[in-house]
Write a protein that binds this ligand. Structure first.
Ligand code: DAH
Length: 341
């Protein structure tokens, strides 16, 4: 017999529903609310309710149905959230294969420089970034009062003034010569540090490549040939070169190498400040003092050395206007070099 008590009991049952998953929830829906469900059956019994109870029972019955429906919806939402939390599938991820990264422009150019020198018999050499005064300065003939030794230019450790961050890759020259007798033909890429304020044209760290050739009878003519070969390989066969006298403590004579501006082809443009030439590296014949400092007999051997900034060469090839771009790792910038290799 349908009465208020029976409905109340069913209301309590509905309140206690706790399905573990959506299948169990569906079972409950079928058991109570489907065509033959228990709540639906109560509606069928309604016609047998005594006339004076019809109003109260009717109201309660509708309340039960609404409540059961609302409870189904509520449990459904709860189960869905739980399901989403439990799964480790990320539905927001692209279905396409993971994108390949790109080589950093400085790595592209460094590898290219290495390749060019390896083709003519140079081999890779490396040295530490944390160095000592001897390998960075003293062995390379820097006089004690040279401005590069100043704290303004070089990072020192206060408690150990002899320990510094190398300011150039020329330190790999002295390290190699100390432990190897000629013939020496090395190419040394690496990071260097200088105490500079960071701006679009200067950074406290950057990259260089050093080359050193020491043997019997190495001449200035050999240096010239290597410079011409390198410039044409790197910037194209139409590239012209010129040398300007310069000064470095570790080479004598010293020179700076200009190439014909690779942007205007030498006609003159804002990039080369209308001169038609751009500077790319420093070079010279290894000073005999340096050879002797490193245990190589300067009466028997001669050599040439050259050093260039990788950022500088990269700028010439790709016209990167702001040096900071190289270390910020903005993928929009890096992706521009996707096709370079
Ligand atoms: N070490 C120099 C610099 O950092 C570059 C350089 C100049 C290297 C002449 C050389 C060289 O080997 O011969 O500015």
């Amino acid at each position: 017999m349908l009465d208020l008590d029976k409905i109340q009991k069913m209301l309590e049952e509905v309140g206690a529903w706790s399905p573990a998953n959506s299948e169990e929830l569906e079972q409950l829906r079928i058991k109570y609310l489907s065509k033959k469900g228990e709540i639906t059956e109560l509606f069928n019994d309604f016609r047998n309710v005594r006339a004076e109870e019809k109003k109260a029972v009717g109201i309660k019955l509708n309340e039960l149905k609404t409540m059961a429906q609302a409870r189904i919806n509520e449990l459904k939402a709860q189960l869905e959230t739980k399901q989403a939390e439990m799964t480790d599938h990320d539905f927001s991820r692209s279905a396409y294969p993971v994108e390949l990264g790109t080589r950093h422009p400085l790595s592209i150019v460094r590898n290219e420089i290495i390749r060019i020198f390896e083709n003519i018999g140079f081999t890779l050499a490396e040295g530490p970034e944390i160095e000592d005064d001897w390998h960075v300065f003293s062995s390379l003939n820097f006089p004690p009062e040279h401005p590069a030794r100043d704290m303004q230019d070089t990072f020192f450790i206060e408690s150990h003034p002899d320990i510094i961050l190398r300011t150039h890759t020329s330190s790999v020259q002295s390290r190699t010569m100390e432990k190897t007798q000629p013939p020496i033909r090395i190419i040394c890429p690496g990071r260097v540090y200088r105490n500079e304020a960071i701006s679009y044209r200067a950074h406290c760290f950057f990259h260089q490549v050093e080359a050193l050739y020491v043997d019997k009878n190495v001449s200035y003519k050999d240096l010239l040939q290597v410079l011409e070969y390198f410039s044409k390989e790197m910037f194209g066969s139409q590239t012209k070169i010129r040398l300007r006298p310069s000064y470095f403590p570790f080479t004598e004579p010293s020179a700076e190498l200009d190439i014909s501006c690779n942007i205007c082809g030498g006609k003159g443009c804002p990039f080369c400040k209308n001169t038609g030439w751009v500077e790319i590296l420093g070079c010279g014949m290894v000073d005999p003092n340096v050879l002797d400092n490193c245990g190589i007999d300067s009466k028997e051997y001669t050599g040439f050395a050259l050093g260039m900034g990788i950022e500088r060469i990269t700028n010439l090839k790709y016209q990167v206007k702001d040096l900071r771009m190289f270390s910020e790792n903005d993928v929009r910038f890096l992706r521009e070099f996707q096709s370079a290799y």
